[in-house]
Design a binder for this molecule. Structure first.
Ligand code: FO1
Length: 315
């Protein structure tokens, strides 16, 4: 694996699992993850960046293994006192997690960029993978539902994804990426791009909503592979299938292939979806079939190895 330089495009929990597998088998600096920041929001006056934090905690092996978000061995004193005070506490911030939000918010107030403070935090956690926020500007995922339009975390956590989704949009005064992301995606030494099995509509599309990122990946000569977030007509994790149904889409790997059409050369699907191989391949996308459910760390490294092999086959 020593000659591979990868870019992963990832949201939070599902994507972080594959990034963990990649991080285990690649050398320091060989993996750069472009992370979704469409979920970021101001809460209790702090800047919260959930997908970046999930990536950092997962790669540093300090993540909460049950929830997938937040830290392990967490305490909830501040969260509980906020409840006693009648303050907002619908978004659960553990005490250790809160320290990171305090630290990052102060850095941002002092004029640091999200990219530089993320790099600093990643170094403190001794990560060998580089985590690159998709932008240093606010690009907010807004979910239009049958109960009105709301920012991502209100839909996802406060409303527990119950409202029916009609449309998803990305609002920004500066829908621009960073020079660090541009350098990474234009790196001549790149092996290829890997779209993690994150929610295509809520976690990957915010990244692709930045025209420069989407165009550069579309025009790249390097191979591009996605791992399906759908297995056997259902979500691997989270509300992907529910959202697809609500938006009138068939819940299948074919819909995922169509969604990423013109952007990927290959799609990794689960054994359960073998019946779709021919249909996907006739749309010009090569298919690799595997066991893509990641239960444990062995699954994560095996899938990461297979994804790298597939990228090399396609190059
Ligand atoms: N998800 C929840 O379902 N409930 C929470 O209270 C919650 C708190 C939270 C705190 C910090 C953090 O980094 C993530 C947190 N998440 C929580 C997860 C987060 O909302 C989503 O996983 C992502 O935004 C979607 O990728």
């Amino acid at each position: 694996m020593s000659e591979n330089n990868l870019i992963a495009i990832s949201g939070g929990i599902g994507g972080a699992k594959l990034c963990y597998g990649l991080d285990q088998i690649l050398q320091p600096g060989q993996l750069r993850v472009i992370a979704n920041t469409g979920d970021d929001f101001l809460y209790l006056g702090f800047y919260i960046s959930p997908d970046i934090d999930t990536l950092i905690y997962t790669l540093a092996e300090v993540n909460n293994k049950e929830t997938g978000w937040g830290r392990e061995d967490e305490t909830w004193k501040t969260h509980n006192v906020l409840g006693e005070l009648g303050a907002d506490n619908w978004f659960k911030l553990g005490d250790k997690d809160l320290a990171l939000h305090l630290h990052r918010s102060k850095a941002l107030r002092n004029g640091e960029t999200l990219t530089s403070i993320t790099q600093d935090i990643a170094e403190r956690f001794k990560l060998k993978t580089v985590i690159l926020p998709m932008s240093d500007h606010i690009i907010q995922t807004v979910v239009d539902t049958d109960e009105g339009s709301m920012p991502f975390q209100e839909y996802f956590v406060k409303e527990s994804t119950n409202p029916k989704v009609r449309e998803i949009s990305f609002e920004s005064k500066h829908p621009e990426t960073t020079k660090e992301v541009l350098e990474a995606i234009n790196d001549p030494g790149l092996t290829g791009f890997l779209i993690a099995p994150s929610n295509p509509y809520l976690s990957v599309d915010p990244i692709l909503s930045i025209d420069k990122i989407k165009q550069t990946i579309m025009q790249s000569k390097k191979p591009r592979v996605a791992v399906s977030p759908i297995i056997g007509g259902n979500s691997v994790k989270g509300p992907t299938a529910k959202i697809m149904e609500e938006m009138g889409l068939e819940v299948s790997v074919m819909t995922i292939a169509n969604h990423y059409e013109n952007l990927i050369d290959g799609l990794i699907i689960d054994n359960a979806d073998e019946e779709y191989i021919q249909a996907i391949e006739s749309s010009g996308i090569k298919v690799k079939v595997s066991n893509i459910l990641m239960h444990d760390n062995d699954d994560k490294t095996r899938l990461a190895e297979e994804a790298i092999e597939f990228l090399n086959e396609l190059s």
